[in-house]
Design a protein around this ligand. Structure first.
Ligand SMILES: NC(=O)c1ccc[n+]([C@@H]2O[C@H](COP(=O)([O-])OP(=O)(O)OC[C@H]3O[C@@H](n4cnc5c(N)ncnc54)[C@H](O)[C@@H]3O)[C@@H](O)[C@H]2O)c1
Length: 408
């Protein structure tokens, strides 16, 4: 399918950046929001992204104006009659999104594809309220969408292969890296990221290692930023939505650490509220007796532990990724591409499953079993890992693990 015109519904944090990315590829795009002030906000975000390119000498003022002329802000569906693809980016509420999908289904041409940028809601549930579930699909961008290359392309139960192909090519035309992720709660990146972030929170609750020390250690281990800096930037409210959906689907292994709720109840939502795991604004860098007290309280109840280690955070992430392969959510190559392009995992390690192959799968299994002995079932090794080890697919040294390697 050739796409001549696109639209984004919801011109907030994500929608505005998505519209900019589309216009940058040379395609006309509408930004629809509820009123003119919201539309103007979206247009301003897009213009600011272009302006920074102009300031850096990466484009001329004229080129910027020509790209901006491809973006049209609207507050109704009048101009949607000839739109080929829509990306919905309104707040994360199923009923709101379903209402919008119904409205779009009425106004769009029969051939148009309806995408959602949802982080956690069911694509199948969105498709079910339309007369074209075969043309409904997840197109999950990562923040900031004008920088991050990864797009999770998520077919629902009724999505056609043709739609998957069309949105994969469309993503490539935006100079992004599309990865097919078969529908599951949290999709791929958020699903594997949460056990990692949660384990960092369990370590903090024990009271022996500070957030800054853990963040520093994970950056040393190669992550682009520490887990607490990341959560503060994502926002506790956004993370909570994802955590609830993961807990609901996967059960006890996704049980969130208590500190999330304690800080959320205090109105500490991260950077946007001036405090999360760190303090921001006027209080940045100051002593934080409130957080110290929360940790002191929680450490009283903390179970037996051997303390923080980078492995304690990385291994649940690897284990959850293996579960995704086992469930046919995606391929091993796509896991590695996603952690590099979506999480900033160091490219020189080739991704987390290449890293696991390098370490040796029997070692990964033994460490997970050891950690299970201390912390319980959230470290329980995935059955596929056990099968691989039992079958001699033990990693790079053996010539096969999650990938194949040339042996000497
Ligand atoms: N923020 C992130 O980091 C991030 C990352 C990936 C995916 N997402 C997902 O993207 C979606 C949007 O998130 P966001 O952070 O951009 O939210 P946001 O609150 O910044 O923006 C939402 C926009 O939708 C508009 N809106 C609300 N109702 C509308 C309606 N009926 N019609 C048209 N516009 C309407 C709002 O006015 C607002 O401008 C969510 O599903 C979220 O889960 C967010």
């Amino acid at each position: 399918m050739y796409i001549y015109k696109a639209a984004v519904v919801g011109g907030g944090t994500m929608g505005a950046e998505i519209a900019q990315a589309i216009s940058f590829s040379g395609l006309p795009v509408l930004i629809k929001d509820i009123d003119q002030s919201k539309v103007d906000f979206g247009l301003k975000v897009a213009r600011n992204i272009y302006q920074r390119r102009v300031d850096k000498g990466k484009m001329t003022q004229d080129e910027m104006e020509s790209k901006m002329s491809l973006i049209t802000g609207v507050t109704d569906y009048e101009m949607f009659k000839d739109v080929d693809v829509v990306i919905e980016a309104v707040p994360e509420q199923l009923e709101l999104k379903q209402r919008i999908f119904k409205e779009l289904d009425e106004v769009l041409p029969e051939t148009a594809i309806l995408c959602s940028n949802t982080s956690s809601l069911s694509i199948s549930a969105l498709g079910s309220v339309t007369k074209r579930p075969h043309k409904v699909i997840g197109m999950h961008f990562f923040y900031p969408a004008h920088v991050m290359k990864l797009i999770e392309v998520i077919p629902g139960l009724d999505t056609s292969e043709e739609t998957v192909g069309d949105i994969t090519s469309f993503s490539e035309s935006l100079r992004k890296l599309p990865v097919r992720v078969n529908e599951c709660a949290g999709f791929l990146v958020n699903r594997i990221l949460m056990p990692y972030l949660n384990e960092a929170a369990f370590c903090l609750e024990e009271g022996t290692t500070s957030a800054a020390e853990i963040d520093h250690a994970m950056v040393e281990a190669g992550m682009p930023m520490g887990p607490f800096t990341l959560v503060d930037n994502l926002g506790f409210d956004v993370c909570r939505e994802v955590v609830n959906i993961l807990l609901d689907s996967y059960g006890p292994r996704m049980q969130p650490a208590s500190i999330w709720k304690r800080l959320t109840d205090m109105g500490r939502l991260g950077v946007k509220s001036g405090a999360g795991f760190y303090l921001y604004g006027d209080r940045a860098g100051q002593e934080d007796p409130e957080l110290k007290q929360v940790i002191a309280d929680l450490s009283q109840e903390a179970p037996k532990s051997e303390g923080f280690s980078a492995n304690r955070l990385m291994y649940p992430l690897i284990n959850e990724a293996i579960r995704c392969i086992e469930e046919n959510v995606c391929t091993a190559a796509d896991v590695d591409l996603s952690v590099i392009a979506g999480l900033g995992f160091p490219q020189d390690r080739g991704g987390i499953l290449h890293y696991a192959d390098e370490v040796g799968l029997p070692n990964v299994l033994a460490e997970l079993e050891r950690l299970t002995g201390i912390y319980g079932e959230r470290f329980w090794p995935s059955p596929l890992l056990k099968r691989k080890v039992a079958a001699g697919h033990t990693g790079k040294e053996a010539g096969k693990g999650f990938f194949e390697y040339a042996t000497a």
